[in-house]
Design a protein around this ligand. Structure first.
Ligand code: SF4
Ligand code: ZN
Length: 709
């Protein structure tokens, strides 16, 4: 059979299944029955991105199918093959949504549809190449071992791996740890689940890329140029899978398969390869991905994909817990002569000597020297310890400074992981990432409890105090320059963050010190100096030089920007913001939702819905994406009255920001316990009138401020 016919047949089959499922659902529930995937503002995102229409009920599913039918030409031409490929994916998405009518069909089995919040979480790792690529693996590998080896090969490069079909069972059989947190994402058992991967790509284009739903050409171009994805499909390939593959190739995602039977090879698009061990290299090459590896000399795997790994108590060999036993981590600048490069010293007992499951103290002291080293970089390096140490498979790290907790799993211990390997990790990463300023580095790992206690008080505390003082003196007024960050332009071509001491990047990951360090390390890179010149309006935070900077770095997409207003020329959002705030008209204030919050807000929108109001690097007055830490800042929408405008936020977020928020409210407005005046979901999660009643009772200042609109 010819490829044309295989694709057309596969398309017909998927379509017929979707039609049958929709008809059956209509017979059971009626046409008005609502349909949708969990926690997304983009409905059936693949369909929405292609057509501009949101499918929200069964009637619209039926209309959607009627439209898809018009996109299934049967001329034996390449463009018909591509159209049918896309039509197959869209039909699959409709088939999938019918499965969600009675709740999550994959609960307890696999992951199914990805939420918007998860997708946004991938934003920064994707743009900084922490996640070099998204791999979609379909069907069972020839053997369990080959399945494990292939997935591990991608995972250990940091790639995000999505799985569909038999390979999921193979990994389960091998007891392979899967989940969003470790970047191995089992979608579901059926080929129609590939639609969820297409949905991810489509949402990335809309969320970050500002691709207008329905702009078919823009969508295809965005995928082709920016979304680094490929498909590995194990044979024997059935017709439906081949049809989906045609859709993938149309979007620019190469397909690599071991089915040597009937598919012709097309360089860079469709690659036949019998040897599964060669899939990794061939796939990355086909998508032009070069992976930078830092060789870390430890006995377990090391990759960013392991950052999210959780080690449970029962799986733990030893724990270091800074909340119970003195612990800390510290970077210290030294003279070049004081350091012997790559010297790693363990001071105290090795892990063998700790009782299994015991709680202990640990201290990491990393000493660096370099002609271009500045003490301002110390906290920048130090904050990375968390991600670096987490990158070792079987090692977990939380917290920072003297509130750290580190766990080493039994598996990692048995593989030979010891205290000195913490030093190897820290050394390799410091030298790898900061070689522009670090000429020499040595690491001391203290496991001696008395030394941990002594040094925590004699050494670490003084450094932390000094840094806190430096940070509290860092204000927007007393620095000469701000910095741009344009990392997110990889996905949001016109987005520019301007990072100031009092306004960190909206992703929450880039502070002014980070941006400064990034600039010193790579003067031509993402962070450029923005001077403060040509004051236009102090209250708004408007300067000629800021306008020039955004104009230049957005490639002309933006003309003006203000630092402190959410109404007048506000800063743009890319899509990976930690929080979003929007105007709540009844109370004359703003409500904030964080990415982790799954519920409703008094604005009548969930986080994903609020988030979908802005993004893609365009200015949207009235909405602002921002970092969590910005909430307690004196510059938080300062032009409109500042933090006194905050009337609602989820309780969990409030708990995180309360201390800083209260301190700022006290200092600026003389208000005590301001956080208690702010509504949350325990007061109301959806009723603006109940919120106003609560605010009135508390005497919330927003009620007395000038109207926002
Ligand atoms: Fe993206 Fe802005 Fe964060 Fe830079 S600071 S990574 S541009 S969100
Ligand atoms: Zn971003």
């Amino acid at each position: 059979m010819l490829l044309f016919d295989i694709v057309f047949n596969g398309n017909d089959k998927m379509y017929a299944e979707a039609e049958e499922a929709v008809n059956a659902a209509i017979a059971k529930y009626g046409e008005e029955k609502a349909v949708g995937f969990p926690e997304t503002a983009y409905a059936l995102a693949a369909y929405y991105a292609e057509t501009g229409d949101k499918i929200t009920n069964l009637k619209e599913c039926k209309e959607g199918l009627a439209y898809i039918k018009t996109q299934m030409p049967r001329e034996r031409r390449l463009d018909s093959v591509f159209k049918s490929g896309v039509a197959t994916a869209l039909a699959a998405e409709i088939l999938e949504v019918t499965k969600y009518i009675d709740g999550d069909p994959y609960e307890g089995i696999s992951e199914g549809a990805m939420t918007d919040a998860q997708l946004r979480e991938l934003g920064v790792p994707l743009v900084v190449y922490d996640i070099p690529c998204v791999a979609l693996i379909i069907h069972a590998a020839p053997s369990v071992q080959e399945a494990v080896d292939l997935v591990k090969s991608y995972q250990s490069q940091g790639n995000f791996v999505c799985l569909v079909g038999g390979i999921i069972d193979q990994l389960k059989e091998a007891n392979y740890n899967m989940g969003f947190n470790v970047r191995v994402y089992p979608i579901g058992d059926n080929i129609s689940c590939a639609a969820h991967a297409v949905s991810v790509a489509s949402r990335v284009a809309m969320v970050f890329g500002n691709i207008t739903p329905g702009d078919k050409v823009g969508l295809q171009k965005y995928h082709f140029e920016r979304f680094r994805c490929f498909v590995n499909a194990f044979g024997p390939l059935d017709e439906k899978t081949v049809a989906c593959g045609a859709g993938a190739i149309y979007y620019g995602f190469p397909v690599i398969t071991n089915d040597m039977e009937y598919t012709p090879s097309v360089p860079k698009s469709l690659i036949k390869l019998a040897d599964v061990s060669k899939f990794n290299k061939a796939s990355l090459e086909a998508r032009n991905i070069k992976i930078k590896v830092t060789n870390v000399d430890i006995p377990v795997a090391f990759a960013t994909a392991f950052e999210g790994e959780i080690i449970r108590r029962g799986d733990m060999q030893v724990e270091f817990d800074g909340s119970r036993v003195d612990s800390f981590e510290l970077v210290q600048t030294k003279e070049l002569t004081e350091i012997e490069d790559h010297n790693i010293e363990v001071i105290g007992p090795e892990l063998d000597e700790f009782e299994q499951g015991s709680k202990n103290g640990i201290a990491f002291v990393v000493e660096v020297a370099g002609k271009k080293m500045q003490t301002d970089f110390e906290p920048v390096f130090e904050r990375k310890f968390h991600a670096w140490i987490n990158g070792a498979e079987g090692v977990m790290h939380t917290g920072q400074r003297d509130m750290i907790r580190v766990r080493v799993s039994k598996d990692a211990y048995e593989a030979g992981f010891r205290a000195k390997h913490f030093g190897e990790i820290l050394y390799a990463k410091i030298k790898g990432e900061f070689e522009a300023v670090v000429d020499k580095c040595q690491v001391k790992v203290y496991t001696d409890q008395a030394e941990c206690t002594r040094l925590r008080h004699e050494l670490a505390q003084a450094s932390f105090d000094k840094r806190d003082e430096r940070l509290s003196n860092l204000t927007d007024e007393n620095v000469d320059v701000f910095y741009t960050c344009i990392l997110c332009q990889a996905f949001s071509p016109s987005h520019v963050c301007i990072v100031t001491p009092e306004r960190l990047g909206l992703c929450g990951a880039v502070s002014w010190l980070d941006a400064k360090a990034t600039h010193e390390l790579d003067p031509e890179g993402a962070c450029q100096v923005v001077p403060k010149e040509g004051l236009i309006d102090e209250n708004l935070g408007a300067y000629e030089s800021f306008n020039e900077a955004v104009h230049k770095y957005s490639m002309g997409a933006l003309e003006r920007i203000t630092m402190y207003s959410i109404m007048v020329d506000p800063m743009t959002s890319c899509g990976c913001f930690e929080c979003i705030c929007g105007i709540e008209p009844f109370s004359n204030g703003v409500a904030i939702a964080n990415r982790e919050y799954a519920g409703m807000t008094p604005l009548g929108m969930t986080f994903p819905e609020l988030a979908s109001m802005t993004g893609g690097g365009v200015q949207t007055p009235g909405f602002m994406g921002h970092g969590k830490h910005f909430i307690g800042s004196k510059k938080f929408m300062a032009a409109e009255g500042g933090i006194q405008r905050i009337v609602w936020m989820p309780k969990e977020l409030k708990d995180v920001v309360a201390d800083r928020l209260n301190a700022t409210a006290k200092e600026l407005y003389g208000i005590d316990n301001f956080a208690d005046m702010i509504g949350d979901e325990t007061i109301t999660d959806s009723d603006p009138e109940a919120l106003v009643a609560f605010l009135t009772e508390k005497g919330h200042p927003a009620l007395g401020l000038d109207p926002l609109m």
